[in-house]
Design a protein around this ligand. Structure first.
Ligand code: ZN
Ligand code: ZN
Length: 427
């Protein structure tokens, strides 16, 4: 006897079976270790996060060593790896990337430093390494740019303000080296250090001398500057010294568009991440209210990403708040941040034609208040992606997923294959 069967609805051909764009959402420092204050759960397992869980359920999950098992990643090396630039080849120190992040165009061979405005007392001791968390330092940086003269060394420089008390310095000239120390004493109550050569060599000695000259000349300019006189009158710490560290030589980065044939952009409040983007020629999209902190305008960032994906093939978006909580050791705040951003990610559920990747750049366990090498959970969701049984986005659930355990540099090749843009190896 013929039995009537209920057939599934015909496939909806308006949904393409292969996506052609990639959204890489990095939840900075999202993963953790068991937290006593959360009854042994991690912030991700303790948090209610239906949107992240739904995305995990609709895709394939796994865990990832952003650099390699047992290697504690910095945000910079991790993001290079996630963009498919092996940090062991491309990473040349944080300084040049910070410079790019402040908008300094770094040419190969230039030496970059990350800098802080700080306060020293009349005895020359550092009393506040962040100069009372000063912001709007553009006038000070401009005065340094106009007033410091390194021409006797045959060296040109660019000095720019970053966010808050931060700044960046780039040196350009013959015979410079990145093998020099920092003048940052890393603690209050002692005088800034003298920058020294980190290995014997003429270039190293010369660069250290250039740095010490820069610090001495800028100190004089800052001492007399009206911004600092006004701060003193208001009882605020003056920004009267520049502390510099993280020296690195700018390397050669193949532009992202050339490497992959994809155009893209970066959405991030952290200058280090925007700097990495600029180093690989991915433009930064400014979002009002994006702070890189708990109060960041995540809604605005998501809207900007959706907007970018209309015309771009690739968007890297970094959301920083969870990393901050991890560094501060605040597991409940980290859980609350995850619960706060989860509903804001809802627009992603309706995103078609796009491979969505959600992952971390490293773990920032609250118990150690720093980055750890614990692998990060990763989910990949989009048209044509195989679905596994994982229905939660957290460290242990994702470890049971179909992606198993990958490395950071594997991520973009996997995504490229999913959008049919990888090259066949062999015949
Ligand atoms: Zn990070
Ligand atoms: Zn961090």
């Amino acid at each position: 006897m013929h039995q009537e069967t209920i057939l599934p609805p015909p496939p909806n051909h308006s949904i393409p079976m292969t996506a052609c764009k990639i959204l890489l959402l990095v939840l900075d420092g999202i993963s953790d270790r068991p937290c006593p204050s959360l009854g042994g759960a991690t912030p991700l397992t303790a948090a209610k996060k239906p949107v992240l869980d739904k995305l995990a359920a609709e895709g394939i999950c796994g865990i990832m060593d952003t650099i390699a098992p047992g290697v504690r990643p910095g945000s910079d090396t991790a993001h290079l790896a996630l963009l498919g630039y092996d940090p062991y080849t491309y990473y040349t120190g944080r300084g040049p990337l910070e410079c790019e992040g402040t908008g300094i165009h770094m040419e190969p061979g230039m030496i970059g430093f990350r800098c802080n405005y700080a306060t020293i007392d009349p005895q020359g001791r550092v009393t506040d390494r962040r100069a009372g968390r000063i912001h709007d330092t553009d006038a000070l940086s401009q005065a340094i740019q106009d007033g410091v003269d390194l021409s006797k060394f045959g060296v040109e420089f660019v000095f720019r303000s970053g966010a808050g008390h931060r700044a960046a310095l780039a040196l350009k000239g013959e015979g410079l080296s990145h093998c020099v120390s920092s003048n940052d004493p890393k603690k209050d109550g002692v005088a800034p250090l003298t920058v020294k050569a980190l290995r014997a060599g003429e270039k190293e000695d010369r660069t250290a001398a250039v740095c010490n000259e820069f610090v001495a000349q800028s100190k004089k300019i800052l001492f007399d500057h009206p911004v600092n006189k006004e701060r003193l009158e208001k009882g605020l710490g003056p920004a009267n010294i520049v502390l510099m560290r993280g020296a690195g030589e700018m390397g050669i980065f193949e532009p992202f568009a050339t490497k992959y044939g994809l155009n893209g952009s970066v959405i991030s409040a952290a200058s280090l991440i925007t700097g990495i983007g600029r180093a690989v020629s991915l433009p930064h999209i400014e979002v009002e209210g994006a702070t890189g902190s708990q109060n960041s305008n995540v809604t605005g960032k998501i809207a900007a990403a959706m907007n970018e994906l209309r015309t771009k093939d690739f968007v890297l978006m970094n959301i920083k708040g969870a990393d901050e909580s991890g560094h501060d050791g605040l597991s409940e705040q980290k859980k609350a941040f995850i619960e706060k951003i989860d509903p804001l990610l809802e627009p992603l559920l309706g995103l078609t034609d796009t491979i969505i990747i959600i992952t971390g750049d490293h773990s920032t366990p609250c118990c150690i208040k720093d980055h750890s090498a614990d692998p990060v959970p990763v989910l990949i969701r989009g048209d044509g992606v195989r679905m596994d049984d994982v229905v939660r986005y957290d460290e242990c659930s994702c470890a049971k997923g179909g992606l198993l355990r990958i490395r950071g540099v594997d991520l973009l090749p996997i995504a490229l294959d999913l959008i049919n843009r990888s090259h066949k190896f062999g015949a």
